[in-house]
Design a protein around this ligand. Sequence first.
Ligand code: UGA
Length: 434
Amino acid sequence: MSEREPIGVVGAGWVGLVTAACFAELGHRVVVREIVPEKVESLRRGEIPIHEPGLPELIKKNAERLTFTTDMAELLDGPRLLFVCVQTPPTYSGDADLSAVQRAVGEIGEPDGKALVMKSTVPVGTGRTIHRDAPELAYVACPEFLKEGTAVKDFLEPDRVVVGFDQGDEWAADAVAAAYEPLGAPIVRTDLSSAEMIKLASNAYLATKISFINEIANVCDEVGADVTEVARGMGMDPRIGDRFLNAGLGFGGSCFPKDTQALKILAGNSGYHFQLLNSVIEVNELQKRRVMAKLSKHLDSLVGKRVALLGLAFKPDTDDMREASSLVLASRLEGEGATVVAFDPVAEERARQLLPSVEMAGSAMETLEAADAAVLVTEWPEFAELDWTEVAKAMNNPLLVDGRNFLDPDAVRAAGMTYEAIGRPGLADRSAVS
Ligand code: UGA
């Protein structure tokens, strides 16, 4: 392998660590600068602070090429390309909080012959503002399209790599493109602001697709169609595509809720009222609560009832609980007087802090023991392996709402459970016929 360009990464969060480990895997020496000393200490010991499949292995395998430091000077000493991977959480106004970005930019300063490569999701226009204030530092917008749970694969097998830059920074854009070149993906070379908008628009579009199919599911509930069949039939049209058409309890996580809101606010701040995104956000909020009506169909009241939640993370293969549908659902259930008991294979620790009143069980079976109802909130593969005959016996009332349309309805029902899903009302009749 020919000598590859050294790389600097600012921030050892989820994006920073995945970026660093994957570039190390591609043969680059990578220096990661993180401000929290304890985090650096544990990374040096080989302990990875987040749950991301494949990441610990990759960091271990490439340990020789990875350096972790708290010292910005160490980062500025070597690499030309400085990938900024810090968080941009929402503020109370819904704008993106750019304080971590500004801090990183301030610390980097304007060193000669270096480029700031922005991975963090920022409002459109941020790059040009930073560049105007530090014209000597080249600036490239290279947004990430990683999904939690498959981030390593998404990095190493990208659909596209977006490289945004303005006139004068061609050398930096070429260097970034060269770093990604071995991955063989199309490189979208474009201007800075368009690159920033590609990121926000992609997330907002995917969120729109989810809210759209959730509304179709809600109509299916009323008119007797099965949304999974509808999505299958729609998805075969290549103009639509079959991905991100799974109806359920709505989208969560650190990106879709934040980025749809940020794009809406960005548009509003610029004088444009983004109507469609308002609906996408509202539909998602309501979708997290739809389970309540499904439970009420079967239970007169939730007061004193024990409701089991299967899964708490915002999606499988992560311990991330940010904006998880489970947070809203657990609060609604408790608000109606229910006792909530939950099990999640990896998010338990985070969940204990966020949901202190929820009883945490040690296994799925333990959660379901003596429950009056269960809701499948996160589609962890192990829930598909449950013995539903045993579950039906263990529950006080064998009622399950499958909030992700994840299980085989006929099998679950044949085991003696009352099964409800999202947008699949016809299933009861179908299983009665077969
Ligand atoms: C999302 C995007 O998919 C990534 O491309 C992007 O890089 C990332 O945000 C980011 O901006 O950092 P992520 O939030 O990790 O990735 O998770 P997704 O797999 O996109 O799922 C988001 C939410 O949508 C989850 O709550 C999931 O359950 C829900 N979802 C997803 C559905 O309800 N239905 C679907 O069909 C797909």
